[in-house]
Ligand binder design. Sequence first.
Ligand SMILES: Cc1cc2nc3c(=O)[nH]c(=O)nc-3n(C[C@H](O)[C@H](O)[C@H](O)COP(=O)(O)O)c2cc1C
Length: 192
Amino acid sequence: MKGIEENAEKKVVGICGSPKKNNSWWMLQRAVNSIEKNGGTVEIIHLGDYEINWCDGCLTCEETGVCRIKDDMIYLTKKVVASHALMISTPVYFNSIPGKLKCFIDRLNPLLVNDRLNGKKLIVFIVGQLTGKEGEKSRSDVKRFFSALAEICNIDFVGSVEAEGRLSNDLEKNKKVVFQCEELSKKLVMKE
Ligand SMILES: Cc1cc2nc3c(=O)[nH]c(=O)nc-3n(C[C@H](O)[C@H](O)[C@H](O)COP(=O)(O)O)c2cc1C
């Protein structure tokens, strides 16, 4: 399929959008076990380890297919292109996503040239601390953002897991979340 490198069949890149290695990180780890058990390979990227400047909106990438900002997105963009599927794990920040994750996503704009995101699969893990209806709404706002993003980029949005949590052991105790992360991530590497 156009946009996917030939040998990228079961290569998954997991992006941790939290500044911490806490709940979002923990959900990614559950997925790693499951993908590896099912024959895939995963590389986890913690955005906190990289220099990612914000998109300055110059739009030259729409002519050239490359970003003129020279930072770690050169390396990260290559990782995304070489993957078959992406997992993004994120905390809810004010019913949205943390700024650095948004910078990362904005800086993928060059990949829309030549349809280099087309056909990739995406799953998303979303964790927030608010409870009840308010919490559900804030997590579903984030889910809607990713579903719209996938549509714009011609990415196959496979699904999401939304969890309520503040401390990492809130999730560890939640068997349903463990199960959901494992089952959803399996879909990235198993034949349909
Ligand atoms: C700036 C900021 C804004 C937040 N906004 C929300 C919110 O709108 N809804 C929510 O449920 N939790 C919100 N939270 C709580 C985090 O989503 C929650 O603590 C989450 O478990 C953190 O995930 P992490 O451990 O992966 O960093 C916010 C936290 C911060 C620091």
